[in-house]
Design a protein around this ligand. Structure first.
Ligand code: NAP
Length: 321
């Protein structure tokens, strides 16, 4: 029987499914040496939120498949995996809608100051009718700029166009005709998106090209009234520049699910800015979606080890090798 390493706790039924097909060794990635030793003795591995470097795979000569319980795969060196003949599988689609809900929660929470005002009520400060000091800004009818309109961006565009009557602008390297046709989304250059959008929403994968895609110059190019939403990866934004922009009023507010360092350090200035809504990377974190992701990743791993996986493959070149 093939042996796999599970480096994240899995639901009981998903573990039971894996036990039917493979021998499962549970490992704690925080115990670096033991984790690397376990990888060296395995045919496959399943987990999430751990950087897997090429050095960790040296000596893992049996390893044929890695299955990440996420759609993002910035924790892996994909060309290196391909060269080693290791299939990398991920979990697109199953998390699209729950992540789009998180994005929209951030849009509404920042615009209507939901978290700040809920805290204000709990602090006993609600002592009369609210006035302009507590007013927010409208969401409906505004312009949403989506940087990276793929699966999740498309689900955000649907909510925006059909639910909130918003105009949708987007940037992608290639057009998304379906979003243009169905939601009236218009593809523009990043400069036009930044200058026109009331909400700038990042949904690109983290790659060398998208690292610090939004820095000081891009923040200056946004409207003073604009709100930045990031539920992609922390490093797509230059966080130090964002903190400056939020302090100086260069932009109005930010809704953030992801950060350059996670968990967000307790002394981060982001935590003391009233115009920031910070979430603990909960994009896909519902019971239903996290279960679907774990099952999907387990099925991907078993199929990859069987040589029958055809979808959810990040490095298709490996299959052709
Ligand atoms: P996707 O379908 O691949 O969409 C990504 C979009 O970004 C594509 O439309 C792509 O279009 C565009 N893109 C890629 N590189 C670009 C670049 N250099 N410049 C401009 N656009 C670029 O992926 P998805 O399923 O929507 O997921 C997107 C990302 O969301 C994931 O990679 C992950 O990091 C993040 N995510 C976060 C959470 C969370 O918990 N917060 C949950 C799920 C996903 P082109 O290829 O045409 O450029």
């Amino acid at each position: 029987m093939k042996k796999i390493v599970a480096y994240k706790p899995l639901p009981d039924d998903v573990l039971a499914y894996l036990h039917k097909h493979v021998e499962v060794v549970q490992a704690d990635a925080a115990q670096h040496d033991a984790f690397v030793a376990a990888l060296r003795d395995a045919d496959g591995a399943i987990g999430a939120s751990v950087k897997i470097t090429p050095a960790m795979l040296d000596g893992a000569t049996k390893l044929k498949a890695l299955s990440t319980i996420s759609v993002g795969f910035d924790n892996f060196d994909v060309p290196d995996l391909t060269q080693r003949g290791i299939v990398l599988a991920h979990t697109p689609d199953v998390l699209t809608e729950s992540t789009a809900d998180t994005v929209f929660s951030l849009i509404l929470a920042t615009a209507r100051r939901v978290v700040e005002l809920a805290d204000w009520v709990k602090a006993g400060q609600w002592q009369g009718s609210v006035g302009p000091a507590q007013f927010g800004v409208e969401v409906q009818g505004k312009t949403l700029g989506i940087v990276g309109l793929g699966r999740i961006g498309g689900a955000v565009a649907r909510r925006a166009a059909l639910g909130f009557n918003m105009q949708v602008l987007y940037t992608n390297r290639s057009p998304n005709p379906q979003a243009e046709h169905t939601y009236g989304a218009r593809r523009v250059e990043l400069a036009e998106l930044l200058a026109s959008a009331d909400f700038v929403c990042l949904q690109v994968p983290l790659t060398p090209e998208t690292q610090h895609l939004i820095g000081a110059a891009e923040l200056r190019a946004m409207k003073k009234s604009a709100i930045l939403i990031n539920a992609s990866r922390g490093a797509t934004v230059d966080e130090a520049a964002l903190i400056e922009a939020l302090r100086n009023g260069t932009i109005h507010a930010a809704g953030l699910d992801v950060f350059e360092t996670e968990p967000l350090p307790v002394d981060s200035p982001l935590l003391s800015l009233p115009n920031v809504v910070a979430l603990p990377h909960i994009g896909s974190a519902t019971h239903e979606t996290r279960h679907a992701m774990a099952l999907n990743a387990a099925e991907n791993l078993v199929a990859a080890l069987d040589g029958t996986l055809t979808r959810n493959v990040v490095n298709r070149d490996v299959l052709r090798k």
